[in-house]
Write a protein that binds this ligand. Sequence first.
Ligand code: FES
Length: 134
Amino acid sequence: ANCHLDESVGNTDGGSWRLIGPASELSKKRCRLMHSSLGYDSDVCLFYVKGEFFAMDARCSHSGGPLCEGDIEEAEGVLQVFCPWHDYDFDLRTGKSGTSLQQQVYEVKLEDGNVYVKHPSRLSLQPLPAEQKS
Ligand code: FES
């Protein structure tokens, strides 16, 4: 998505660039769940839709539904994910909803064929050790 090449790894805007993996691999699925080192509530979805990556909090801000499993639709050029639990919509680019809710979104960049997401915590495609207890 948006590339801000002037931003090096650092702590601006509440996050650092996290290396997720090769775009060629990540683009094979419509959505990947990225586990956050902050725990379940902070997990992030990495969507790949129409040639573009989007990162958004994975747990719906309504009641925690799994947005990775939501349907994606485009209306008037706006890509939206619909929560599988109560069908609330969220704009993939801004996190805004037709309801009053706002889902947190994160910047994504591509560099040397790799996908990076700007996030306050470590992100991993594999469950992180701290989460395996439950
Ligand atoms: S939990 Fe997502 S719409 Fe209710």
